[in-house]
Design a protein around this ligand. Structure first.
Ligand code: FAD
Ligand code: SF4
Length: 471
């Protein structure tokens, strides 16, 4: 059968349809419908199968994208899913949450003039469909090495490390202080981007592969790090970054002012049935909410507030829209759902009533100054531009910094000047820390970043561990 090489012109890029707005505004369900097989065939067929595929280079885990697009096009889902798992431990997650416009799809040859191939949604389809067909990784030929590795943190870095170890006969035991696996995939990223069932299904798959999870177990509290070092052949640290950056403005500790992550975690706990006390839930129903910040976390907060039934939700950001760090796709989704955006505004102080309750946020207008050493234009305050935005809830979404665990220094695990664990891919054993038996990866090493980069580092660290253990 001769191939139509101009298929990418005849067939336009199509994204899966979104759920109706009236559902999106009240329900914590993924907003995108799934592709069906005919749609996947049409969209995958747009791939030009470039000789040197830029999408593969730009994808942090270097997925074999054109190869599995071809298999998906031909309906060979089980072969496609096997191939996609050769490079990625959580392809169904990446297909949902990667900022594809900056990664694989952003570098697709068709991107500029014709619209990139919808890589992310096809990756998601392949894995979801394979699971629906009863696919499970087949580890029946794997020879056990007798080695055991403790993995601290069940976020994407820890899970990816455990995945590669299990596939190579090393037994991983994963410890996490939370009651479900996933780290920020479960407790940070809201269900309208990634439904919680996706990770619950993955837990069953990992358990079937021989990965043991010890949840609700905090290392340093419920079990000592010394015990792990004694019991296991090596340890991997995928502990993330959990220190919230503050705004440094007046009254930011007042009642009615919240950090982004505790707000999102409380919402996830309610959805998952993990809420310990009703008072732990932060409810914005009927409230006027101002979220400060312009990244993906800010977008997750504004859209969560909408679904909780907030009366009004404003996102106030100190630069212009062009310079927002968040994904353009998520900004568009937030706007559609009713979020109001205000740009070039910098917070100065939380306004309080006589009882000390938040009633507004005082802001000043900014304009962008000259680019700094990193080429980023910093906001400059415009004198006399103060105004107060009415608000009975203010959320600070300014990003995260690593929070070194108290026991790290005692065991010779060195940090850099930004509190990140020192571990390099190019070391003799990839991602080994200054304690030879301890490896690390993900946000705790790179600083707050992406799911797919955490997966990459977890996988590479597993290779480093296996080299170190000589298995
Ligand atoms: P984490 O996911 O943070 O996992 C660390 C785990 O370690 C946690 O489960 C924690 O409980 C556990 N842990 C820590 N200390 C201990 C201890 N002492 N004992 C036991 N367990 C411990 N990235 C994207 O690519 N796309 C997105 O859309 C996106 N949205 C985001 C939205 C929000 C709100 C946030 C906060 C982040 C988002 N990110 C997104 C970033 C992404 O989630 C992170 O980069 C990624 O999860 C980092 O993975 P990790 O495994 O390093 O850490
Ligand atoms: Fe694209 Fe992310 Fe999938 Fe790589 S892992 S192909 S960057 S969606």
């Amino acid at each position: 059968m001769s191939q139509n090489v101009f298929q990418f012109i005849d067939v336009q890029r199509v994204d899966p349809p979104k759920k109706p707005l009236k559902i999106r505004k009240i329900q914590f369900v993924e907003i995108y419908e799934s592709f069906n097989q005919p749609q996947v065939q049409m969209q995958a067929d747009r791939c030009l199968e470039c000789g040197n595929p830029y999408c593969e280079w730009k994808c942090p885990v270097h997925n074999y994208i054109p190869n599995w697009l071809k298999l998906a096009k031909e309906g060979r889902i089980l072969e496609a899913v096997e191939l996609s798992h050769q490079t990625n431990s959580l392809p169904e997650v990446c297909g949902r949450v990667c900022p594809q416009d900056r990664l694989c799809e952003g570098s697709c040859t068709l991107n500029d003039r014709f619209g990139a191939v919808t890589i992310g949604n096809i990756e998601k389809y392949i894995t979801d469909k394979a699971f629906e067909m009863g696919w499970k990784p087949d580890l029946s030929n794997v020879v056990k090495t007798g080695k055991r590795v403790a993995v601290i943190g069940a976020g994407p870095a820890g899970l990816a490390c455990a995945d590669v170890l299990a596939r190579n006969g090393v037994t991983p035991v994963v410890f996490d202080k939370y009651p479900e696996i996933g780290g920020l995939l479960t407790f940070g990223i809201p269900s309208f981007k990634l439904e919680k069932e996706v990770m619950q299904r993955r837990r069953e798959i990992f358990q079937g592969m021989g990965v043991e999870f010890r949840l609700e177990t905090e290392v340093g509290k419920d079990i000592t790090f010394a015990d792990l070092l004694g019991e296991f052949d090596a340890v991997f640290l995928g502990v993330g970054t959990y220190k919230y950056m503050k705004g440094g403005f007046a009254n930011e500790e007042a009642p009615g002012v919240y950090d982004a992550l505790p707000y999102l975690i409380a919402n996830a706990n309610r959805l998952l049935g993990f809420e310990k006390a009703q008072a732990d839930y932060i409810d914005f129903a009927g409230k006027q909410v101002v979220v400060l910040g312009g990244g993906d976390t800010a977008m997750d907060c504004v859209r969560t507030a909408i679904r909780q039934g907030a009366a009004k939700v404003i996102c106030a950001y100190r630069r212009d829209e062009e310079n927002m760090p968040g994904s353009k796709r998520e900004v568009k989704n937030a706007r559609e759902e009713g979020v109001e955006f205000m740009f070039n505004l910098q917070p100065v102080a939380v306004e309080l009533d006589a009882n000390g309750r938040t009633v507004g946020i005082k802001v000043v207008s900014t304009e962008l100054g000259e680019p700094d050493a990193n080429g980023r234009r910093n906001p400059v305050v415009i004198e006399g531009s103060e105004q107060v935005l009415a608000a009975d809830a203010v959320v600070m979404a300014f990003g995260f910094q690593p929070n070194p665990q108290p026991w790290m220094a005692e065991f010779g695990i060195e940090l850099d000047n930004r509190d990140r664990i020192k571990a390099r891919e190019q070391a003799e054993y990839a991602f080994q820390t200054s304690n030879p038996k301890v490896f690390a990866g993900g946000d705790a090493v790179r600083g707050s970043d992406l799911v797919v980069t955490a997966i990459y580092e977890g996988r590479k660290a597993a290779e480093g561990i296996m080299d170190y253990l000589a298995v």
